[in-house]
Design a protein around this ligand. Structure first.
Ligand code: 4NP
Length: 157
């Protein structure tokens, strides 16, 4: 079973949205994965997702309410096959902690939309529309990643 970690800055807006959406879509499609999320910063550790993120996700049928924020740790590289960042700064911060012998994949989550270099914009200081946009991007990237994981599972049979 592949293990996927989503990373943003605070772990209260974008990466918990990716966590909830990707986990649910994987379950619906019968793709077996372990999913988690974290932030490069620790200011919100222990907190539930931002209420705006939880509300926007709920309108599309995703439940973020059980999630709690935590900070990225060097041990995460021992436990995840994919470490996927929401924006370029998150990616640089992940790369700065990456052990030289890490054999998994570190990259931008939106690469799975086929748009190389695209970022999930930080919705924290904006309005509700920003959270809807985050969901659109994350749903699209989730479909791409699920397709890759399904293909990998098929070719190893
Ligand atoms: P996130 O959004 O990285 O998508 O969780 C943010 C949450 C909190 C802050 C910044 C971005 N903050 O500055 O506290």
């Amino acid at each position: 079973m592949k293990r996927v970690l989503f990373v943003c800055l605070g772990n209260i807006c974008r990466s918990p949205t990716a966590h909830g959406v990707f986990e649910q879509l994987a379950t619906e499609r019968g793709v077996s994965v372990r999913v988690d999320s974290c932030g490069t910063g620790g200011w919100h550790a222990g907190e539930p997702p931002d209420a705006r993120a939880t509300a926007a996700a709920a309108t599309r049928g995703y439940d973020l309410s059980p999630l709690r924020a935590r900070q990225l740790a060097s041990q995460d590289f021992d436990h995840f096959d994919y470490i996927l960042a929401m924006d370029e700064q998150n990616l640089r911060d992940v790369e700065a902690l990456r052990p030289a012998d890490y054999a998994g994949h570190v990259g931008l989550f939106l690469d799975y939309t086929g748009q190389s270099g695209a970022e999930v914009p930080d919705p924290y200081y904006g309005g509700a529309a920003g959270f809807d946009r985050v969901l659109d991007l994350i749903e699209a990237a989730s479909e791409g990643l699920l397709a890759e994981l399904r293909d990998a599972a098929d070719s190893s049979r």
